[in-house]
Design a protein around this ligand. Structure first.
Ligand SMILES: [Ca+2]
Ligand SMILES: [Ca+2]
Length: 264
């Protein structure tokens, strides 16, 4: 018998970044997906998260519109593959702030609801945080990871992609990266502060992030943190020194939380 899903429609304010003028609406369709809209100041976001092939607890497709920018994300938990495409969009600081607040609002809603996250809820929260923390002026293009027939463009060498490797706060781990000056191996205390803006070394994302959204703590993220700290780099995947490390950390960011890489 086909399962009948009763959507839960929530319209509320009072969550993070939700002033009187703002608006957050969410329709929770359980295993069928989740959709909604969020207005934060001048930024309007709509999101629609569904299964590519009907009901699925392992695959999800996220369609996101941020003002006039369309972004897509597909994730398959069964083989840890994903595809993201921002069609070259460059998000403004206001838009990134709104994405971060939306992720926090969704997490708060899910915490109230209780129960385990569906793949759709996991997908929207991970990708919102990823795009919210994209570097300034970074054009979000198409990127695939782990897809069948996918030729990994990441160059080998000292900073090779180490898959998704958990690291623990308070331990010393050797960060490996390359830049214009050559190969580097440097011991870094996971969770330490290298300088302002480089707190929580080894956490995937800038600084210590938001306490509302769970973080991945992984080796390739530590490599990228150390590379960009030493090179004062910016620009994400397009950075000449640390772009390869940035790309190598994308899978850690997406699947580290599911793998339990919480830094502990
Ligand atoms: Ca990796
Ligand atoms: Ca590099």
């Amino acid at each position: 018998m086909k399962k009948i899903v009763f959507p839960i429609i929530a319209v509320f304010c009072g969550f993070v970044g939700c002033s009187e003028a703002d608006h957050f609406q969410l329709q929770d369709n359980g295993i069928m997906g989740i959709k909604g809209v969020y207005q934060y100041d001048d930024v309007r976001i709509s999101f629609d998260v569904t299964s590519p092939n009907g009901e699925s607890d392992e695959q999800s497709v996220v369609l996101l519109t941020v003002n006039d920018k369309n972004l897509e994300f597909e994730i398959d938990m069964s083989n840890e593959s994903f595809l993201m495409d921002g069609y070259g969009a460059v998000l403004t600081d206001d838009e990134k702030d709104a994405l971060k607040l939306l992720a926090g609002n969704i997490i708060q809603y899910l915490a109230q609801r209780g129960g385990e996250l569906t793949v759709h809820e996991y997908a929207i929260v991970r990708i919102l945080e990823y795009w919210a923390e994209s570097p300034g002026n970074y054009a979000i293009g198409r990127r695939e990871y782990g897809q069948p027939n996918f030729q990994n463009p990441i160059r080998l060498g000292i900073s090779a992609n180490e898959g998704i490797t958990c690291i623990r706060k308070g331990t010393w781990v050797t960060a490996k990266y390359d830049d214009s000056k050559g190969d580097h191996s440097e011991s870094v205390l996971v969770g330490s502060t290298a300088r302002p803006g480089y707190e929580c070394m080894g956490r995937c994302g800038a600084g210590c992030g938001s306490s509302l959204v769970p973080s991945s703590w992984c080796k390739d993220c530590l490599d990228h943190d150390q590379c960009s700290h030493k090179n004062y780099s910016s620009g994400g995947a397009s950075d000449s020194n640390c772009g390869d490390e940035y790309n190598e950390a994308a899978d850690d960011w997406m699947f580290g939380v599911a793998r339990g890489c919480n830094g502990k």
